[in-house]
Design a protein around this ligand. Structure first.
Ligand code: TYM
Length: 331
């Protein structure tokens, strides 16, 4: 039995990219592995958040975790800020990291650029990776199922773990990334060379898990493609249609070869209609369950129990770390 850990930021509505690239995969681990799935609200505050909206987003995400089929009897579902060990180990990891390696992180560079000069770049954007390392390392994680955009974050997690182990003694397991073969990087529907993102300002670029059926149909129909009207997978030259094929492949559990055969001689119009229908069929039951959970007391009970369970394991790791570093009296 391996330990699985992953987290999602409650920083907006969950996109089809989040779902297909990471969350849908979470349910595949729950029967056989020890799983921790976290709502990483302390990562979300690395950029300013409206408190009311943040809290609503946290609940929404918790309800969605359940709605996609995670079973709280099998997995530990919790809010990052409710397990104090994350911030504590996060600080320790920050002290192990160097400014140089944090400044080289591509996500930091992208986000920092949007904020302009140093005086307006939140310091939390820079120290984001050590907190993420702490999330993962607290649970002695074997595998981290995430999208491809998190690869560098997992690499630095391993570096920091190794640095700690060699300085203070073998403590942390080195986690490995798990990405999906197709779907590790779902692209924008409007600019298929760019990653699909929660923060895209073009509302047509990103289907959300909670979108109405008409909205999904509209977004898929307007998705950018080429003019060839022939369906085959070629990421380089046919980025738009290949991205739609990747989405179809993940939803219908069919390989891209199978999709090519299925749509031989058929045009983009029919493919897009079928794809929209497939997304709607997938999201409808998720949305129904989401509405059942989001305002329920049950959700609070799950989160309270999840935090207690996570804290137990996290505390054991942190205790050892603090002892080895000379921060505490006993182990
Ligand atoms: P976040 O909240 O941006 O995204 C959540 C998950 O969705 C994946 N994802 C995608 N996958 C494929 N195609 C896309 N277009 C796409 N967009 C997002 C992300 O890779 C991620 O798996 N830093 C993390 C949150 C985090 C975390 C952790 C993850 C904090 N601590 C510990 C794992 C382990 C993030 O911002 O994910």
């Amino acid at each position: 039995m391996a330990v699985i850990f992953s987290g999602v930021q409650p920083s907006g509505t969950i996109t089809l990219g989040n779902f297909l690239g990471a969350m849908k995969n979470f349910t595949n681990y729950q029967n056989e592995h020890e799983c921790y799935f976290c709502i990483v609200n302390q990562h979300a505050i690395t950029v300013p958040q409206d408190p009311k909206q943040l809290w609503a987003n946290i609940r929404n995400l918790a309800a969605l975790y359940l709605a996609i089929g995670l079973d709280p009897d099998k997995v530990t579902l919790f809010i990052q800020s409710e397990v104090a060990e994350h911030a504590k180990l996060g600080w320790i990891m920050t002290t192990l990291a160097t400014i140089g390696e944090l400044e080289r992180m591509t996500q930091y560079k992208d986000k920092a650029q949007r904020h302009g000069s140093g005086d307006s770049i939140p310091a939390g954007l820079l120290t984001y990776p050590p907190l993420m390392a702490a999330d993962i390392l607290l649970y002695q994680t074997d595998y981290v199922p995430v999208g491809d955009d998190q690869r560098q974050h997992i690499e630095i997690t391993r570096d920091l773990a190794q640095r700690f182990n060699s300085r203070y003694g073998e403590t942390f397991k080195l986690p490995a990334i798990h990405t999906r073969e197709v779907g590790a990087r779902i692209m924008s529907l409007q600019e298929p060379k760019k990653k699909m993102s929660k923060s895209d300002t073009n509302s047509l670029a990103t289907p959300y898990l909670l979108d109405e059926p008409e909205t999904i149909l509209k977004k898929i129909k307007r998705a950018q493609t080429d003019s060839e009207n022939k369906i085959y997978y070629d990421r380089e030259n046919k980025a738009g249609i290949s991205n739609l094929m990747a989405i179809y492949s993940l939803i219908k559990d069919k390989s891209t070869d199978e999709i090519e055969q299925l749509y031989e001689g058929k045009g983009y119009g029919q493919f897009k209609n079928d794809l929209a229908e497939a997304i709607i069929e997938t999201t409808r039951p998720i949305q129904e369950r989401y509405h059942e959970f989001v305002h329920s007391d049950y959700l609070d009970q799950i989160l309270t129990a999840g935090a207690a369970k996570a804290a137990q394991k996290a505390a054991a790791t942190l205790k050892k770390v603090e002892y080895l570093m000379g921060l505490s009296r006993n182990c």
